[in-house]
Design a protein around this ligand. Structure first.
Ligand SMILES: Nc1ncnc2c1ncn2[C@@H]1O[C@H](COP(=O)(O)OP(=O)(O)OP(=O)(O)O)[C@@H](O)[C@H]1O
Ligand SMILES: [Mg+2]
Length: 324
């Protein structure tokens, strides 16, 4: 099928992926359903292609990440999909036990503590503990575990992500000094270090959702002090019929043609007016990447690689590249 051919990654997109490949933890976020998991899979493939050993860790409840990368299902233990690319679901209960074990320096002690029925009940009443364990586990694998060069964390959607990433600071502000605050301190220090940890934000090509995404970027920078590496605008439709016909493998002359072109143009206009607006100046990044809508979906790794070859970089502000 046309569109499944892997093209070499466009030079400016390549430069962005090269930069992302030097980070230890990439936190992918955006609103629900915009393509966070797809972008996490794309980053996993891009970084593994650069020779990195990568774990894509998701909090998602379905098996989509596994399907996109060619595995039948997703488990709560790491699973290799290629020599260098691994996937895993981060389940709060498992993370609490495992990450708790790391903090307590013993999984046996941790299991004894966390498998206790009374303690489990008590813990459910502590807001943020689940999130802390999940973020902590992703952070541990990325920064301290030593098994991976990079962890791509397909975390919760917008508001919930801020809540989860806020937990280390909340601990530092409220909990007396001890093993938990030591962890929170280490975690927070790496969140604040853009050479190790950055966020990648995903949004749809519409002015208002992209404006909201900038607000998320601002909140990450101001509240969590985490840098935003790039904004990825996902689901761009082609602007002209020839491109559409090639991608969708359709005979020419269908009634949809005009509509596709109109949607594609409308999306580009929305991005352009957002790029030109003041709001974009508040954005903590200058890197923008557009990702086209894939008519055949993203059913396996080769499809993700083909998609990667169609990623286009554009400058977000102050630069000369615009979205084509
Ligand atoms: N560019 C694209 N082309 C084709 N299909 C896409 C594209 N981006 C996302 N999809 C499809 O849209 C659906 C939603 O994408 P995805 O699961 O990545 O979103 P999400 O933000 O992780 O959603 P959730 O909030 O449910 O976790 C999936 O079936 C995915 O394969
Ligand atoms: Mg998802």
């Amino acid at each position: 099928m046309a569109g499944l051919v892997s093209h070499p990654v466009e030079p400016h997109a390549n430069t962005l992926f090269d930069r992302l490949a030097t980070r230890r933890l990439l936190v992918v976020s955006g609103k629900g359903g915009v393509g966070r998991t797809s972008v996490a899979a794309l980053l996993g493939a891009a970084l593994a292609d650069r020779g990195k050993r990568v774990l894509v860790a998701t909090t998602g409840h379905d098996d989509r990440l596994a399907w996109m990368l060619g595995a039948p299902r997703l488990g709560d233990q790491p699973q290799a999909v290629t020599e260098r690319l691994f996937i895993q679901r981060l389940e709060p209960q498992t993370c609490i036990r495992e990450y708790g074990g790391l903090v307590l320096h013993s999984t046996r002690v941790s299991s004894a503590v966390f498998d206790n029925r009374v303690i489990r009940k008590l813990m459910r009443a502590i807001p943020g503990l689940d999130d802390f364990a999940v973020v902590g586990k992703a952070w541990h694998e990325a920064i301290r575990g030593g098994q991976y060069d990079t962890v791509v964390f397909d975390g919760p959607a917008t508001g919930h992500l801020l809540f989860a990433l806020d937990v280390p600071l909340a601990i530092l502000n409220t909990v007396p000094k001890g093993p938990l605050t030591k962890e929170a301190e280490l975690m927070q220090a790496s969140f604040e270090d853009p050479s190790r940890v950055e966020a990648v934000l995903v949004g749809l090509p519409e002015t208002w959702p992209l404006t909201e995404l900038v607000e998320l970027g601002e909140a990450l920078r101001e509240r969590i002090r985490m840098s935003v590496a790039a904004i990825m605008v996902n689901g761009l439709w082609p602007e002209d019929f020839a491109e559409f016909a090639e991608m969708a493998d359709l005979p020419p002359g269908l009634g949809e043609v005009g509509r596709v072109g109109a949607v594609g143009r409308q999306q580009r206009e929305s991005i352009a007016s957002w790029q030109a607006s003041d709001v974009v100046r508040r954005c903590a990044t200058s890197s923008l990447l557009t990702l086209p809508w894939q008519w055949g979906g993203l059913p396996h790794l080769e499809a993700v690689r083909a998609w990667l070859g169609q990623a286009r970089a554009a400058a977000l502000h102050g630069g000369s590249q615009s979205v084509e």
